[in-house]
Ligand binder design. Sequence first.
Ligand code: AMP
Ligand code: GLY
Length: 427
Amino acid sequence: MNILILGSGGREHAITWKLAQSKKPLKLFAAPGNPGTAAMAVNIDIDPMDFNAVRKAVIDNQIRMVVVGPEAPLAAGITDFLEDDPSLGDLAVIGPRREGARLEGSKDFAKGFMKRHGIPTAAYDTFTPDTIDDAISFMRTLKPPYVLKADGLAAGKGVLIINDFDEAVSELRAMLGGRFGEAGSKVVIEEYLRGIELSAFVITDGRSYRILPEAKDYKRIGEGDTGKNTGGMGAVSPVPFASKSFMAKVEERIIKPTVEGLMKEGIDYRGFIFFGLMNIDGDPFVIEYNARLGDPETEVILPRIDSDFFDLLEGVAYRNLESRSIVISPETAVTVMIVSGGYPDSYGKGFHISGTDSVTESTLFHAGTKTDNRHLVTSGGRVIAVTSTGSSMESALEKSYSSVGRISFSGMNYRRDIGFDLKDGLK
Ligand code: AMP
Ligand code: GLY
């Protein structure tokens, strides 16, 4: 089967890498892909947001399955566009239609959905420019810090957590005044949840689901979880505090009602659901949904799936996921993200990357690299995710950090403390 993976980051490289291990005869294509995917797939240089170009790539390469990596094409309706085109036959698309992608694309929709289905989440209300006075009154009923969320996709920058009331009010005015454009035309204000975060993931065919390994990511740029938010500086799976009993609560209170809720609302959801969770004294709450896998979470989740990953995707395509099983490795996987100096603010590009060929203990997932005159060079903020597995988190981390030490480029940065809060004694 010919499969097209849409996207160009570490997540998409990891998906391609995992599918390349399938026992089934698969021919893989990545669009646009990166130098990492080029080693195991045919890269097609198109933008996943250019739906007509994607359609042409599907036809030209006799693609039978499309796996959508990032959220933007999902929210813009790539799945509807491809599925509703009769000339593409029974092309399978892994990733929800626009309606289902609203779980991620609209915070207001996601909160309403959780309320309708009794899924535990922070108390909230939604406001528009016309109801700004009500928003301020609502904020007076909350204790600081105040959590303000732009309704729509805002490239990870749409959530503000502010301690000071007056500052929160002025930020609220700026958001509703158009700072995030259309994405901020509605703002969700919610109660602050105090706990420890982790993420759970499922794949679903719209009726049944399989739970993938959980993960914890490290979002802040600085060690000790300080400084600005990034796309993710590293991740660990499994998460030590995600015990069997905690995960059973996640399944009963969150995963099942979410999949059943989608069915009840007539939303045909086929793809991944990413649950951003807060563990509050052993009880799970949903912070957010995403309609895709996480990046860099995918770089630690997929290495822990021992069964054939393609089998799960095929179960989604044929809507018989209930007959497919997943085998998860007990090993720990960690990833350390190597980033460009300056990221997440402005950074330079085009620096030569050396040492990747000498890495043997880890798997390198390319995130922001390109090939320039046969040299590997940096082309993004997050550059390479260095993933390792081991019988313990410590042994996996040792391998990743030793591999990181072999790689260099001008301005290279990374966090030296991935997993710091999960080490023995700190659980
Ligand atoms: P998001 O962009 O939705 O992933 O939110 C960014 C981060 O804000 C989350 O990963 C949490 O760390 C934090 N956050 C979001 N909502 C809440 C909340 N209600 N209480 C506490 N922290 C939150
Ligand atoms: N690492 C967080 C995300 O993919 O949204």
